[in-house]
Design a protein around this ligand. Structure first.
Ligand SMILES: [Zn+2]
Length: 287
């Protein structure tokens, strides 16, 4: 199998290839972003995967879920099982834990605690911030992927971004999450009912409601996989934030200043003392 990686070892060396084969990764979210990412990591030589996603395949996923086919619809498979199949077709020697659960579950927390790198490929800011908090508590380098398409904006914007955190900043202090969306996500059942009565908002999971395009997802997944690659192999440090502005046809890099008083960053490496396990007792843990 040595020749298999010869062409890429010319970029980052045999030692870099060895490192890629040893690191453990968690991919939270097995949709358009997660599937494109999983495919690329498997080709790169990553062999230790935990996949998290509670959802099953639906018709509307077939425009973008890499490795899912119309013939799969009959059996309504879990998305994590489709990703597992995809990875094993590329890398039969991979070890894959396919967990049909949300990040906010005992299994999700355990997976993050025991991994080397975490990829957030979720749609919503609630689970996105919880994931960032678990990664901070257990000092796990965290790549967060988001595609952002707003057909109603003027001018119309589309693209996305890849965010990388390893302790100096997080999604919260970088203002990368909608705190109102996070607050709704973390409401108790009774708070949620009250909120719905007052505002009449549908605060459930708007799954498959937003625009999603395979090519844009794939750009974001490729940026994330490349930043992971350079970080692991030592070519350079991963960029804190890369933004793909598809409507302008460009990718830009931004650095993020450290915020000394961020409550999430303050918990870096504190483990259980950070208190993130409290989320396991909330409404969202049973979704
Ligand atoms: Zn922070």
């Amino acid at each position: 199998m040595t020749e298999r990686y010869e062409r890429q070892e010319r970029l980052f060396g045999r030692e870099g290839q060895r490192k890629l084969g040893e690191v453990k990764v968690v991919i939270a979210g097995a949709g358009g972003l997660g599937s494109a990412l999983a495919q690329q990591l498997a080709y790169l030589g990553v062999r230790e995967f935990t996949l998290l996603d509670p959802d099953r395949l639906s018709h509307t996923n077939l425009n973008r879920l890499v490795g899912a086919y119309p013939s799969d619809l009959d059996s309504s498979p879990q998305k994590v099982e489709l990703l597992k199949r995809l990875i094993l077709q590329i890398a039969p020697d991979a070890h894959i834990d396919a967990v049909p659960k949300s990040v906010v579950s005992p299994e999700g927390f355990a997976a993050v605690r025991s991994t080397d790198y975490v990829f957030g490929c979720v749609d919503l800011d609630g689970p996105r911030l919880v994931l960032a908090q678990i990664c901070a508590a257990y000092a796990k380098p965290f790549f967060d992927l988001a595609s952002e398409i707003d057909p109603d904006s003027t001018p119309m914007t589309y693209g996305g971004r890849v965010f990388f955190s390893d302790g100096a900043w997080c999604l919260r202090c970088a203002a990368e999450v909608d705190q109102e969306e996070v607050r709704r996500f973390l409401m108790s059942e009774s708070e949620l009912e009250q909120h719905k009565r007052l505002y009449g908002l549908d605060v459930g999971h708007p799954e498959d409601s937003g625009p999603s395009v395979v090519t844009i997802n794939s750009v974001i997944a490729s940026l994330a996989a490349t930043e992971f690659l350079v970080e692991v192999t030592g070519l350079r440090r991963a960029a804190p934030k890369l933004t793909y502005r598809g409507h302008e046809g460009k990718v830009t890099r931004a650095d993020i200043p450290s915020h000394g008083n961020c409550p999430v960053c303050a918990t870096w490496g504190q483990g259980e003392a950070a208190g993130v396990e409290r989320y396991l007792n909330t409404r969202v843990a049973s979704q």
